[in-house]
Design a protein around this ligand. Structure first.
Ligand SMILES: *Cc1c(COP(=O)(O)O)cnc(C)c1O
Length: 374
């Protein structure tokens, strides 16, 4: 059996280890320290706006705190893109609120502006204005930022921007992770850069950053004794892991180029196979191409390719199964147009790591060409 080709595996740049060693040498083995501050400041510089960043234990924790900062609580409703990973939606339920799932459009596979407005109007008519909108830049492709934010501000609903998959992507030259009232990044092991596990909350309001850090460190009031006036969480990033993050920031631009290059290689290799199509970047959109995704004509073809590649020890995965199809969310209100169901049926994520070798990517291409006898 040939060696396993993963969908998206961690890719260290080289300097991570020395940051980690420094954490050991200085005994900053704690969920605070110079690397935590350094990583936050690296991210702020990278995002290149007046952003404030709180480094946290995961992207999920960042979404949870983001919802708290947007005052989402018991009985509230929060609109969430249905086509996403469950971590976008779960924190809504942690807060005792109800997700309202909204379908995607075909240009970016993200939140559909028309369906969004239909949903907002209908929820208001039913008696409750949604407290927030969670929009996702899926697979690194920016959502329709102008359209979505225009609707959100017309109804005065804040957007929580789930940029977990989109660090390095831009929309009309502005970095993803800077559009929402709150934005969220993830550094999980499969993301474009990783701290093994980690996340960040991004905001333009320094008071919200301070509040996020306060809540993430058990809501300890300024007092010598441990004094608590609010319920807190243990969500801060470890200084050891932030050291990995600092090393990864040095190579982020390379990681974006490598992933974009994978996409171009697949696209040109399959240009003669009519059954396979890819999503292009609309004018002004720049995707980090976190995962290269291909659309096939049918579920049977998608599964055929997936099984053929699995036999050759190559990992692939259907596009995210929409949240409205998940058993755990079967009773949740939804506003659908068929787009995310269709994408789920026909779409497949191909191995996309920035560390894929030429030989590995050629193995993927040959296996797919063999499937089509092309
Ligand atoms: C990975 C991911 C998250 C969650 O991030 P974690 O750091 O794994 O908690 C949230 N939303 C999306 C879209 C993701 O892909």
């Amino acid at each position: 059996m040939e060696s396993k080709i993963w969908l998206s595996s961690p890719h260290m740049g080289g300097n991570e280890q020395s940051y980690v060693n420094n954490a050991f040498e200085t005994n900053w083995i704690a969920p605070l320290g110079p690397h935590v501050n350094g990583f936050e400041s690296d991210l702020q510089k990278y995002l290149n706006t007046d952003c404030h960043v709180a480094a946290l234990s995961s992207g999920t924790a960042a979404i949870h705190l983001g919802l708290i900062l947007l005052n989402v609580g018991q009985g509230d409703e929060v609109i969430c893109q249905s086509k996403t990973f469950s971590a976008s939606a779960n924190p809504i339920v942690y807060q005792g609120a109800t997700p309202i799932f909204v379908d995607s459009e075909n240009d970016t596979w993200n939140l559909c502006p028309e369906q969004l407005e239909i949903a907002i109007k209908d929820r208001i008519a039913k008696g409750k204005k949604p407290k927030a909108i969670i929009a996702v830049h899926l697979y690194g492709m920016p959502y329709k930022v102008d359209d979505i934010h225009k609707i959100a501000s017309a109804y005065d609903i804040p957007v929580l921007e789930d940029s977990a998959e989109a660090l390095g992507s831009t929309y009309h030259s502005k970095k993803c992770g800077t559009f929402g009232a709150i934005a969220v990044l993830s550094f999980n092991g499969n993301k474009i850069i990783t701290t093994s596990g980690g996340g960040a909350l991004v905001t333009k309001d320094p008071k919200l950053k301070d509040k996020a850090v306060f809540l993430a460190t058990q809501a300890r009031e300024k007092a010598v004794e441990y004094l608590h006036a609010e319920i807190g969480f243990n969500y801060r990033m470890s200084n050891v892991l932030a050291g990995i993050g600092r090393g990864q920031m040095e190579v982020l631009d390379d990681r974006v180029s490598a992933r974009r290059n994978n996409f171009e290689i697949y696209k040109s290799a399959f240009s003669t196979i009519d059954e396979l199509t890819f999503i292009d970047e609309p004018e002004g959109y720049f995707s980090n191409r976190w995962l290269s995704c291909v659309l096939t004509p049918s579920e049977a073809t998608r599964d055929g390719i997936r099984n053929a590649l699995d036999k050759q020890n190559i990992e692939t995965r259907p596009l995210w199964k929409p949240m409205h199809q998940q058993p755990v969310f079967k009773d949740v209100p939804r506003y659908l147009n068929g787009v995310s169901d269709n994408l789920f049926e026909k779409g497949l994520c191909l191995p996309s790591g920035s560390n894929l070798t030429e030989n590995e990517i050629n193995r993927v291409i040959s296996a797919i060409k063999m499937y089509f006898r092309a």
